[in-house]
Design a protein around this ligand. Structure first.
Ligand code: GTP
Length: 597
């Protein structure tokens, strides 16, 4: 296809504003798929994604569109992951296209994730076409939302397209706008091959599939290509496009987006953002700005049943083959036995992986407290990256500790603002900005990442009844007064419950944890002290009294159904318990004890 007849774009939207529905409509209305093949939300392929309604892997589709000017255009849509955990993947896919549709729900308005993603689009020099969706709903208020787009984002929204993706209104206008308002790609067919590796994933039939955007030159079957980051050379087996089914074609030219397979063994061998060229007579300089995505949140994953360790290893290895941003290494814990210390791009990434292990591989897991990477500066000048509080060196040898901080953007209706400010303040936040757009407030906070990784998002949702939206970016490291807090159950330290906390918060946090654990740990035949300590110093203590009589008889009264329920609960609970010394601790205690209310 010649460059003038290609348009490459992505869709930027907040979760639930209608990105997938609109994408489906665009595909459907151009007959890219026969109606009967049209599955709900074609672009999201994984089950978990569909359930959670989020898009994880960048997908793409090629649409042929006969425009009103009588010419046929090739429209390539790259679906970008909507969540901040995948910010690097978003920014990569953005650099592979020239324009974006900014989809905003006209009953809701601009949200925090809209902002984060639209700034990435602006960064990538995109032409942006605002689309006001859900105009079929009575609550739709296009004028207000258009004004808000101009106020908050600062782009012209006077010619925003009014759409109902659900009822199919404004779809033709959207397609025309893509052709007329977005620029055609540039590129030189006769130059040496220069292509961007936008994404890669494992396909059961084809092996590793690589999504590429050709900048210059031509990519053909049989060519020997070189990945510039890894210097690995592969012969290309297949070249194709997504219509949206994978369809083989002869070649991909400049401006085009498609896939290749090249007997690459594992997804790990491909680096998102890498430059692909030919083995011989290739380009010398790669595309700018390659940086691998780095895990920022770490936690331990241990099998509840230690006999399942090998199964867990197997599951983790398989998942890692297909997800280059997920890292792991073996870990042994005095309390939990053998497991893995795993690194994730963020909390959502952590949850998705943990769910997949439990669900697809049927392994019950104990997840230890998520931790961020601390920079430990030793007195002797050495610097350590601490991924696991259990590895914290003796405090007397430490000079100072730095922790990562984020810039958090929260959008919330007025009436909840007070609660949001309080929450951020409680989490050691520093307010940077507070502005209003209509009846919504936008607050920007500088927050320690460690205060956010655990339950910040849950808390935010609950104090705002779900009306707040939240997004964050990594900011950098800052020194603070941080200490390792240990928890001792029956005088034995439970390393899986160790956390790094701010010194000023340690007592409160320690007390809260001991109280929680007292409720979470079932009573035993003996008295169990539960303590929080910093170094050798106990800062909080609770005592779980000994159990004297039959649980069902004394503590819970005589109600028969209640008794039965309790026994069942205990039976189910048994499977999920771990022994620590002489004490059984239920699995849920590890997570619940760390939640702060
Ligand atoms: P994520 O995949 O979670 O990022 O969401 P999304 O932005 O892709 O939103 P999706 O297309 O899944 O739509 C979210 C919800 O809004 C779904 O229940 C849709 O049916 C509904 N929806 C989308 N477009 C419209 C519309 O034009 N009108 C109405 N009434 N509902 C719509």
């Amino acid at each position: 296809t010649d460059l003038a007849h290609i348009r490459n774009f992505s869709i930027v939207a907040h979760i639930d504003h209608g990105k997938s529905t609109l994408a489906d409509r665009l595909i459907q209305s151009t007959n890219t798929v026969a109606e009967r093949d049209m599955k709900e939300q074609l672009l999201d392929s994984m089950d978990i994604e569909r359930e959670r309604g989020i898009t994880i892997k960048a997908n793409t589709v090629r649409i042929d569109y006969l425009a009103q000017d009588g010419e046929t255009y090739v429209l390539n849509l790259i679906d970008t992951p909507g969540h901040v955990d995948f910010a690097y993947e978003v920014s990569r896919s953005m650099r592979a296209v020239e324009g974006s549709l900014l989809v905003v729900d006209s009953t809701q308005g601009v949200e925090a994730q809209t902002l984060a993603n639209v700034y990435q689009a602006i960064d990538a020099d995109h032409e942006i076409v605002p689309v006001l969706n859900k105009i079929d709903l009575p609550a739709s208020d296009c004028d207000r939302v258009a004004e808000q787009i101009e106020d908050v984002i600062g782009i012209d929204a006077s010619d925003a397209i009014r759409v109902s993706a659900k009822s199919g209104i404004g779809i033709e206008d959207t397609l025309e706008a893509i052709v007329k308002r977005l620029p055609a790609p540039k590129g030189d067919r006769d130059a040496p091959l220069k292509a961007m590796l936008v994404d890669s994933w494992y396909d059961a039939y084809l092996g590793v599939v690589v999504l590429v955007r050709i900048m210059d030159g031509v990519l053909k079957k049989g060519q020997r290509i070189k990945m510039m980051q890894t210097n690995a050379v592969y012969p290309v087996d297949r070249v194709g496009v997504f219509r949206p089914a994978m369809t083989a074609i002869d070649e991909l030219g400049p401006g085009e987006i498609g896939f290749i397979t090249a007997s690459i063994k594992q997804v790990r061998d491909t680096k998102v953002g890498d430059t692909i060229t030919t083995d011989k007579k290739g380009v010398e300089t790669p595309l700018p700005g390659f940086k691998p995505s780095q895990p920022v949140v770490f936690c331990g994953l241990f099998p509840v049943d230690s006999a399942e360790f090998e199964d867990l290893r197997d599951a983790i290895e398989k998942l890692a083959l297909n997800d280059a941003s997920f890292s792991y290494e073996m870990e042994t814990s005095a309390a939990l036995g053998f497991g893995f210390r795993c690194g994730f791009l963020g909390l959502l990434h952590l949850e998705v992986i943990r769910d997949r292990i439990e669900r697809e591989y049927d392994i019950d897991l104990i997840t230890t407290a998520p931790s961020v990477i601390y920079h430990i500066f030793m007195r002797d000048g050495e610097k350590i990256d601490l991924h696991n509080p259990a590895d914290m060196p003796d405090p007397s040898t430490v000079d100072h500790i730095e922790e990562p901080r984020i810039k958090a953007t929260i959008m919330v209706p007025d009436e909840y603002l007070g609660d949001v400010l309080k929450l951020c303040q409680d989490r050691r936040g520093i307010q940077e900005d507070l502005t209003y757009a209509g009846s919504r407030a936008m607050v920007v906070y500088d927050l320690p990442l460690n205060e956010v990784v655990f339950d910040f998002y849950d808390r935010l949702k609950s104090v705002t009844k779900g009306y707040a939206s939240f997004d964050y970016q990594m900011k950098g490291y800052r020194t603070d007064n941080l200490v390792k807090m240990q928890v001792l159950v029956n005088d034995e330290p439970v390393d899986a419950l160790s956390t790094m906390v701010h010194r000023d918060r340690a007592e409160t946090r320690g007390r809260a944890m001991c109280e929680k654990l007292k409720d979470l740990i079932p009573r035993h035949m003996f008295k169990i002290p539960i303590q929080a300590a910093i170094g050798g110093k106990v800062i909080a203590r609770e005592t779980l009294s000994a159990l004297r009589k039959d649980v069902t008889a004394k503590c819970y009264g005589g109600d028969a159904t209640r008794k039965k329920k309790l026994l069942e609960k205990q039976k189910a609970g048994k499977k999920k318990m771990r022994q620590f010394g002489k004490v059984d601790i239920p699995q849920e205690a590890f997570i619940s004890a760390l939640k702060m209310d």
